[in-house]
Design a protein around this ligand. Structure first.
Ligand code: SAH
Length: 257
């Protein structure tokens, strides 16, 4: 039963009008260059009921149980991270286009990956692939400090602006290639990657604190969500879920194995 639900959650969105990879290019959707939500949308929260339903039906129903993660998903206003034309879909069970051929991930995947990081309030977390900044905001609700790297500068800059406007003072965004992590601020208790390399970037393992967790999609067409843990006895790796993300670009591309 659980397996069927998980499978449906991963591929269910193909039944919907948009056909998107996690963080992948949108089809049949025209986006305006202005991806900021309107002032009216930003100043009020008319979406609370939709968000509550999203958490209950898409996330809790699929066995995400961590109470802190569920509270963060209830709190962060996803509609403030999508382009205006996508507002009616902000709380639907699918990734959505955010411009530059990228997407904001499906809410369930955001919650699942966040829970898989097993975060504690004092943790310091690195995210590779800032995109809209939504995942960074969810992380920032749960930990002391979030570092996030985005390779597409207009996306990174828009996310920085949005997160600052929303008052997230515990998030730092850097424009660049996340393949080599953020060594000056390492080690990290948690590292999350939201674009898929075909191998685990060695620098990210190096930058894990003792007991730290790294969650990332790995593979080309067929990908697995993998969790790597640094334990006193060494590195432990487990497969969590089959997924479809777009490839990590930059050095990961050149180093494809
Ligand atoms: N977490 C985002 C969604 C990410 S989509 C959100 O919540 O909205 C994946 C992102 O990874 C894209 O924005 C893409 O530009 C970025 N990306 C791809 N390769 C990267 C790399 N090597 N370093 C940093 N960011 C990368």
């Amino acid at each position: 039963m659980k397996a069927r639900l998980l499978f449906a959650s991963q591929y269910g969105f193909v039944l919907l009008p948009l056909l998107l990879l996690e963080c992948g290019p949108g089809r049949n959707v025209v986006l305006s260059e202005n991806s900021a939500p309107s002032a009216a949308a930003a100043s009020s929260d008319n979406y609370q009921i939709a968000r509550e339903r999203m958490v209950r039906e898409q996330i809790e129903a699929r066995d995400v149980r961590d109470a802190r993660v569920l509270a963060a998903m209830r709190k962060v206003q996803r509609h403030l991270f999508v382009p205006e034309g996508m507002l009616p879909y902000a709380y639907t069970d699918q990734p959505l286009p955010i411009g530059h051929n990228q997407t904001i991930s499906q809410p369930y995947i955001v919650a699942f990956m966040t829970e898989a990081l097993e975060l504690k309030p004092k943790d310091k977390v690195l995210e590779i692939g800032t995109g809209s900044g939504y995942q960074a905001a969810v992380l920032a609700e749960l930990v002391a400090a979030v570092y996030s790297i985005e390779i597409v500068s207009p996306l990174g800059e828009a996310a920085m602006e949005r997160l600052k406007h929303l008052g997230y003072s515990n998030i730092q965004v850097r424009i660049g290639d996340g393949y080599r992590g953020w060594p000056e601020s390492a080690p990290f208790d948690g590292i999350m990657v939201t674009a898929a390399p075909d191998h685990i970037p060695p620098a990210l393992i190096d930058q894990l604190a003792e007991g730290g967790r790294l969650v990332l999609p790995v593979g080309r067409f067929f990908q697995e969500l993998v969790r790597v843990r640094r334990t006193p006895k060494g590195i432990k790796q487990e497969n969590l879920l089959p997924v479809r993300f777009v490839p990590m670009v930059g050095e990961a591309d050149k180093a494809r194995q």
